[in-house]
Ligand binder design. Structure first.
Ligand code: ZN
Ligand code: ZN
Length: 247
């Protein structure tokens, strides 16, 4: 009987200790919580975002949802505008702007039209791939292939869809649709790190001459004409290599 009492007493003591421990822990956690709460408030106050409450209120959550919905609507609207245009994707143009242009001043009307479209793109500060058909016949063939005929530049493609020539682009800019079409395209932060926006690099294999000397190992070595020229395979007809980033 005595033994049982002792054991009971020990148990009670143990329970007391445990409950004190629990209380202590709870108290401690409470303190930690309060410190964290305090810290959060301080951080908010420092960042100038003190709303007096760490957790967002229901109203704020509703506002967030509304904002997300508006954003969603905007994206939907952009997609719908894009759908108005014929699907026709230039190589590498799935998610970017491809602008076929010419640097030749020969035909003044064409040159001016190209300049107008470039000006609008620059104005919207979007990144675009510029493909000068006068600098590379492959670009010209590409443009002709896409549009099924020997058309002249400028020609604008956005996200794999054909937008049009200068008249169409200017009209779209005036009715505000161009802005929506270009929404989501990354903005220009700095000139192209590869080519400084030249769109081409001078071929390093042939130093821009577009031809290479092939040594002929003539066994008899009788011919003086042992050197022959061959077309460099690394570059275009002008000894240029397209910039992999921006053309
Ligand atoms: Zn580049
Ligand atoms: Zn070359």
């Amino acid at each position: 009987m005595k033994g049982m009492k002792e054991r009971l007493a020990k148990k009670i003591k143990l329970i007391t200790i445990v409950s004190t421990l629990k209380q202590g822990l709870a108290h401690h956690r409470n303190n930690v919580d309060r410190t964290i709460h305090h810290l959060k408030e301080e951080i908010f106050a420092e960042s100038g975002q003190n709303r007096g409450c760490v957790t967002p209120t229901l109203l704020e959550l509703e506002e967030d949802v509304e904002e997300q919905e508006q954003e969603h609507d905007l994206q939907e609207e952009e997609r719908e505008i894009l759908l108005e245009f014929e699907e026709n994707c230039p190589p590498g143009g799935e998610d970017s702007i491809v602008f076929y242009t010419t640097g030749l001043r020969g035909v003044r009307k064409t040159f001016e039209a190209c300049r107008r479209v470039r000006f609008l793109l620059e104005n919207h500060r979007v990144k675009y791939k510029e493909r000068d058909v006068s600098m590379d016949s492959e670009f010209r063939d590409q443009m002709w292939r896409l549009l099924g005929g020997k058309v002249t530049s400028p020609r604008l493609f956005v996200r794999g869809r054909y937008i049009g020539g200068a008249d169409e682009v200017v009209a779209l800019n005036e009715n505000g649709k161009l802005k929506k079409l270009l929404e989501g395209i990354s903005l220009v932060d700095s000139p192209c790190e590869f080519c400084e926006n030249e769109r081409f690099l001078i071929c390093s294999s042939c130093n821009g001459s577009s031809r290479l000397i092939v040594e002929h190992h003539d066994e008899e070595e009788t011919s003086n004409d042992s050197k022959m020229w061959t077309r460099c395979r690394e570059c275009n007809e002008n000894g240029l290599v397209k910039c992999p980033l921006c053309s």
